[in-house]
Design a protein around this ligand. Structure first.
Ligand SMILES: Nc1ncnc2c1ncn2[C@@H]1O[C@H](COP(=O)(O)OP(=O)(O)OP(=O)(O)O)[C@@H](O)[C@H]1O
Ligand SMILES: [Mg+2]
Length: 193
């Protein structure tokens, strides 16, 4: 059972973050479902917008380059936004997208609303992702997907963790009998280690 308030993984409330900059976009999943292009448009906009914080390749000492920043932000944002469009099954279709820039980190955050049933299955998936070895789970899912026809491949967050070194956090908050507010947070270092 999902509790009325549950936080899993690495999740920091916005008030606890020291921001260099932030941008948010409030929209709704119905619009994105009507025209899927809106998912990549929103991701690409935020990626381009923030890429100017990052230096050209030749000047990018220790920091990720402008080109890498743009590609990474676009990919990560796209995965998170796509999920809000696909899984928002509650009455409230509002989706809030945030990109928070910290000194050495980028925080991606999306909020959407789901029914208690969806919240429950998401909670167990989140738990599985957080408790597993992400590389092994990725392979396991790949094998499962070749055997079944399901369109939800379950590879999105695992790809972010494995290929983009992202840490994930999830917050579930009961709003009323029929709705949970879900917040997904992904954090990525903007400096090369
Ligand atoms: N924002 C969200 N709201 C509700 N449920 C979500 C949300 N994001 C993810 N989920 C649940 O978590 C599961 C895992 O998400 P993930 O993005 O890793 O894979 P996927 O969307 O199933 O497949 P893929 O991203 O590979 O197309 C989803 O199948 C869905 O059940
Ligand atoms: Mg996905």
């Amino acid at each position: 059972m999902v509790k009325d308030l549950e936080i899993m993984g690495e999740f920091t409330e916005e008030e606890g973050l020291t921001l260099v900059s932030q941008t948010s976009l409030v929209t709704n999943s119905a619009d994105m479902m009507k025209n899927w292009r809106r998912v990549s448009l929103a991701s690409d906009f935020l990626a381009k917008y923030y890429s100017y914080y990052f230096p050209y390749k030749e000047k990018a000492k220790g920091k990720i380059s402008r080109e890498t920043a743009e590609n990474n932000i676009s990919f990560i944002m796209n995965e998170l936004i796509e999920n809000t469009a696909k899984y928002s099954d509650a009455r409230d279709k509002t989706v809030t997208i945030k990109l928070l820039l910290l000194e050495h980190e980028i925080v991606f955050q999306v909020t959407n609303y789901v029914t208690p049933g969806m919240a429950e299955s998401f909670r167990s998936l989140a738990q599985e992702i957080l408790e597993s070895n992400p590389e092994e789970l990725y392979i396991k899912r790949l094998e499962r997907n070749t055997e079944s026809e399901s369109s939800d491949s379950g590879l999105g967050y695992l790809t972010l963790i494995n290929d983009y070194g992202v840490t994930m956090g999830f917050k579930f908050e009961k709003k009323d009998k029929e709705q949970y507010q879900i917040t997904v947070q992904a954090r990525m270092k903007s400096r090369e280690e």
